[in-house]
Design a protein around this ligand. Structure first.
Ligand code: SF4
Length: 310
């Protein structure tokens, strides 16, 4: 950690970041699970694929990805000519880590006829072993587009796999992974929140357990949740996803009230990024995320097949 960044007051820190951003011709992307002060200085906020797609359309030379490793990998896959920085290299994704390349290769051998669909929350190597990528917003559409006689191996999130199977009416073999932040939310906590806020609608992410989803008024991606709450007439919402999303929800809907389904829905890895680390990263152009070309080409195929369908 650079000592200067460590000791700067917040306003000066933001000024310094903006100075270095301009100097480096950089773009700052922030996932909606990032801390609010980071979302506030970003050029784009949103979900990981949206952010990477926006960055690819710009002339920026450097992308600072405020998120976790697989997200920065996706940005690098779509913008190989740009320098992609992840301000804290240790910001990983426990869900993505639950499907290692070796384990996935073995499973693919075992289920040689299955079509492999991987959620974007997976490593670039795992994406490169897959037939299709999907997001939480389009997983159902992708599953429906695969010929009915084909078996589907869906990885790495079993809750999203089961949600997709139910909605697409397809038999899906789920990989036994889960997002600790979403899987942690229990039915009991949700019932308690609903009793406390009887007028509130419950909006949850499909990475939550099915018994939580059963109680929801809406199940959808982060973007879906933001759109639902912004367009609905209801005044109160209980939110079943990572707490960072409360920042854009409250900012975009000052007249509505948002309650977390559980105060424990915090992704530790997402919170490893800080303003200080963003400044250091811009100054030093490190740590960089580079996806080897062979893996990039193969994983792009899976991503492009998804884009063709959606
Ligand atoms: S919230 Fe879950 S899926 Fe998202 S980065 Fe954190 S652990 Fe991974």
């Amino acid at each position: 950690m650079n000592n200067t960044a460590d000791t700067l007051p917040k306003n000066n820190l933001v000024k310094e970041i903006l100075f270095w951003k301009k100097k480096r011709e950089a773009l700052i992307l922030a996932h909606v699970y990032q801390p609010g002060d980071i979302q506030d200085i970003a050029d784009f906020t949103g979900d990981s694929l949206f952010l990477s797609q926006q960055a690819a359309k710009t002339q920026a030379k450097v992308i600072v990805f405020c998120g976790v490793q697989f997200m920065a990998e996706t940005a690098s896959m779509l913008s190989p000519e740009k320098i992609v920085l992840l301000p804290e290299i240790k910001a990983g994704c426990p869900l993505a880590d639950m499907a290692s390349a070796e384990e996935v290769k073995n499973k693919i051998k075992e289920l040689s006829k299955a079509v492999v669909v991987s959620y974007v929350n997976s490593s670039a190597v795992v994406k490169s072993l897959s037939d299709y990528c999907c997001t939480s917003a389009n997983a159902v559409q992708i599953a429906k587009a695969i010929p009915a006689e084909k078996e589907i191996l869906f990885l790495p999130d079993m809750n999203l796999a089961n949600f997709t199977a139910k909605k697409a009416k397809r038999k899906i073999i789920p990989w036994p992974g889960f997002c600790p932040t979403h899987h942690l939310l229990t039915r009991e906590e949700v019932i308690k929140a609903k009793k406390l806020h009887p007028l509130a609608l419950l909006l949850v992410h499909p990475e939550c357990r099915p018994e939580v989803g059963d109680l929801a008024d809406y199940i959808g991606s982060t973007r879906g949740i933001i759109e639902f709450a912004s367009n609905n007439q209801a005044k109160e919402y209980i939110i079943g996803t990572e707490l960072g999303i409360l920042h854009p929800l409250k900012k975009n809907n000052p007249n509505k009230i948002f309650f977390p389904a559980s105060e424990n829905m915090v992704c530790r890895d997402m919170k490893l990024i800080t303003l200080e680390k963003i400044l250091c990263s811009l100054q030093n152009l490190e740590p960089r995320i580079i996806v080897p070309e062979e893996i990039r080409k193969k994983s792009l195929q899976a991503l492009n097949r998804m884009i063709e369908i959606t």
